[in-house]
Design a protein around this ligand. Structure first.
Ligand code: DAH
Length: 356
């Protein structure tokens, strides 16, 4: 037995891989292994002999099994050490550079506009882009026969056959959100609503989808003077320079009186510069909210009054950041996006500045 022990313990210690260990296991304690065969001989022994040989053989079997397990673990450890040495990785190296995405000028300018109006106490409201014709037209004092409906180049949604209700529309302006927020919050109120709008129109300064920001302020004694101050304050903050405005009498069904607002600019050398020169550029429509519109929003026009305006976001983005063609805004050309886009984590705020 000592001979068997000596032979196997030594062989196991010298085994260099798992296959060799398995061979040794079979040779020693496998079904036909040497230790197993010895155990079979126990039956032929006298009870006295068996009492000595039985436990000794069992102990030998246990010892060999333990040696096999220990050697197997040692081999695995050594293999892992070897791998760790050869597959060494410097985790302190900088990572490979990756292209960062950019914030689209429309998103950037929307953030800028929102920051400025938020500072003046305006909350942001939203409405659906697919509107009923009531919210998009009737509630805004634009009846069916009104020429404004035709002028809007409206996209109509398809209707199911047999459905005679007026079709839904892709909203042609953000003005329907005026009605929705009057209904939801009543008066007094101060909101802006930036968002997508749609009209069937396409050239260098028109795309079928574009962006507006609507403004609405209702209280007991709001006047055109407040509108003028708010807009001048806005343009000065937005363009980062004092900007003269010009209010031109105009007409919108949803305001009375109505004004279109121009900002001071120069057109020298083929580029537009805002806040200097003697030229004017139209940037928004505005006015005092028509009593019919207040009524449509469940607000009593004998008690409340207010101003509203609608401004093109893409238009003021082009002006501020010198972007010549509106159509490129929505072509998703990566070269354009990298050139005109903004850093993702650089959010415009009043304290950090709204201009880049
Ligand atoms: N909804 C108008 C448009 O899309 C813009 C507008 C003009 C909005 C006057 C207003 C407003 O709120 O008072 O052309």
């Amino acid at each position: 037995m000592d001979e068997l022990r000596g032979k196997y313990i030594e062989a196991i210690a010298g085994a260099t891989d798992e296959a060799a260990l398995e061979e040794l296991r079979l040779a020693a304690v496998g079904k036909k292994g040497e230790v197993s065969l010895k155990m079979r001989e126990l039956g032929k022994m006298s009870p006295e002999e068996r009492q000595v040989a039985g436990p000794a053989l069992n102990a030998l079997k246990d010892e060999i099994n333990a040696a096999l397990t220990a050697r197997k673990a040692a081999l695995a450890d050594a293999a892992l050490d070897e791998r760790l040495k050869s597959e060494w990785l410097d985790v302190t190296l900088p990572s490979r550079p990756r292209r960062q995405g950019t914030i689209h000028p429309v998103s950037q300018v929307t953030e800028e506009v929102t920051a400025i109006f938020a500072d003046m106490g305006f909350a942001v409201a939203e409405g659906p882009q697919i509107e009923t014709d009531w919210y998009n037209f009737d509630a805004l004092n634009i009846p069916s026969h009104h020429p404004a409906r035709a002028e809007m180049d409206t996209f109509y949604m398809a209707r199911k056959e047999g459905d005679n209700r007026p079709p839904h529309v892709l909203r042609t302006h953000t003005s329907p959100v005026q009605i929705r927020s009057m209904e939801a919050g009543g008066a007094p109120t101060r909101i802006i609503c930036p968002g997508r709008v749609y009209r069937a129109d396409y050239d260098q300064t028109h795309t079928p989808m574009f962006h507006q920001v609507e403004g609405l302020a209702i209280d007991k004694d709001i006047s055109m003077a407040n509108l003028k101050w708010v807009l001048e304050e806005f343009f000065t903050a937005y363009f980062g320079t004092s900007v003269k405005t010009r209010f031109r009498a105009s007409h919108f069904p949803f305001t009375e009186p109505s004004a279109e607002v121009d900002i001071q600019c120069s057109f020298e050398g083929g580029t537009v510069k805002v806040g200097e020169g003697d030229d004017w550029l139209e940037v928004l429509g505005s006015g005092m909210v028509h009593p019919n519109v207040l009524r449509a929003g469940n607000i009593d026009p004998d008690e409340w009054q207010g101003f509203a305006f609608g401004m093109g976001i893409d238009r003021i983005a082009m002006l501020k950041y010198g972007i010549p063609d509106l159509r490129a805004f929505f072509e998703s050309d990566l070269r354009w996006l990298r050139h005109y886009g903004f850093a993702a984590l650089d959010v415009p705020t009043l304290h950090a500045g709204v201009s880049r």
